[in-house]
Ligand binder design. Structure first.
Ligand code: TYM
Length: 344
């Protein structure tokens, strides 16, 4: 057993993860996170999934767009296969314990730790004087999201690894400073062929909802024509697909399309090459487009059906939040007691 596994043996296994409602859902969010959330739901472990609206507002969000994006994300969760009866689905602002524990963690985390986060450096860039304080403290709130449920496992894409390491550092420092074994040392779960889905225009950049080029990403709401067009126009090299995976090491764009195919078809990247090795992109791209339309079409149709009834989405989120609070409230209360707050 790893040190973390030993330390966590006392905690009930529990899964938490979050997605920002800061724009449309991409294929990267779906393959790197959401599809895996569904798999974890089916293991029978308690699962909580959150639309992290408090994180979204660390950069400007138009209020009406935030509301719409939160509901659309909730619809995406359900359309992808999350069952609100099995998983707790809710938006972060409805469970105030996240922000309350976030404050405690603002006082545990160190400025230096935050300043080293690559997301902070990327998003604030040279204009850090003008970035919000919330953006700087973002990882402490993320640690609170996770630890307010004593979460043991967090499924995420590769880009969240550093934030999860920081979550472990915050838990360890809290436990050490107060002389307790109260917070678990959470395990990141970064697995599968699609932990880092890359831009369709540039194999060195991750696929992102904030990329200015819509051709760089597949949105979960794209129709069949848009999906086929984006895959047809995806940047590649002139060589056919190889037979062996290692021959894709220096071909990031080709590797990305093979990974996407593997994740959608639920096979390994090598199995994709067993089937398509030797094929030109002129033949492989249409096969990938057909697979993508086949897998994503039903999800996007279900999303738009669910979006027709926003009141039902809101009801479902309120129910998820109420259930989540029954776990979070006693953990926050105990945290306040440990810290020495009167009346906790
Ligand atoms: P966010 O909203 O940027 O992304 C949500 C999830 O999607 C994954 N992801 C990708 N995976 C593979 N390839 C890609 N191109 C790609 N793009 C996004 C992300 O890794 C993530 O798992 N900070 C988080 C939200 C958050 C959170 C949390 C996550 C807040 N609190 C607590 C886990 C636990 C974020 O910005 O994700």
């Amino acid at each position: 057993m790893t040190d973390a596994a030993t330390a966590n043996a006392a905690f009930t296994p529990r899964v938490f993860s979050g997605i920002q409602p800061s724009g449309g859902l991409t294929l990267g969010n779906y393959l790197g996170a959401m599809k895996r959330f569904v798999e974890m739901q089916e293991t029978g472990i308690e699962t909580l999934y959150c639309m992290v609206d408090l994180h979204a507002i660390t950069v400007w969000q138009d209020p009406a767009a935030l509301t719409r994006n939160t509901r659309e994300l909730a619809a995406g969760f359900i359309a992808a296969g999350l069952d609100p009866a099995k998983s707790m689905l809710f938006n972060q602002s409805q469970v105030p314990e996240h922000a309350q524990l976030g404050w405690i963690f603002n006082c545990v985390a160190r400025m230096g730790w935050m300043g080293r986060m690559t997301q902070w450096k990327d998003k604030a860039g040279k204009h850090s004087e003008n970035a919000s304080l919330g953006l700087f403290g973002y990882p402490a709130l993320m640690a609170a999201d996770i630890l307010v449920y004593h979460t043991t496992q967090v499924p995420v894409g590769e880009d969240q690894k550093q934030h999860l390491e920081l979550t472990r550092d915050i838990a360890a420092k809290f436990n050490h400073d107060y002389g307790v074994e109260f917070f678990p040392i959470t395990e990141p779960v970064i697995e599968g062929a699609a932990t880092r889905v890359m831009s369709l225009r540039d194999g060195s950049k991750k696929m992102s909802k904030s990329d200015p080029s819509d051709m760089s990403r597949i949105n979960m709401t794209d129709d069949a024509d848009a999906i086929a067009k984006k895959i047809r126009k995806a940047r590649t090299d002139p060589d056919p697909l190889p037979e062996a995976l290692k021959d894709l090491d220096d071909r990031p764009e080709a590797r990305n399309l093979v990974n996407i195919y593997a994740a959608l078809a639920e096979i390994t990247p090598q199995a994709v090459l067993d089937e398509h090795g030797g094929a030109q992109f002129g033949a492989f791209k249409p096969a990938l487009a057909e697979l993508a339309v086949d897998k994503l079409g039903p999800i996007s149709a279900e999303m738009s059906r669910l979006m027709d009834d926003p009141a039902e989405i809101d009801r479902m989120l309120a129910d998820g939040a109420a259930r989540a609070r029954t776990i979070a409230a006693p953990i926050l209360k105990k945290t306040y007691e440990i810290v020495g707050m009167v009346g906790a």
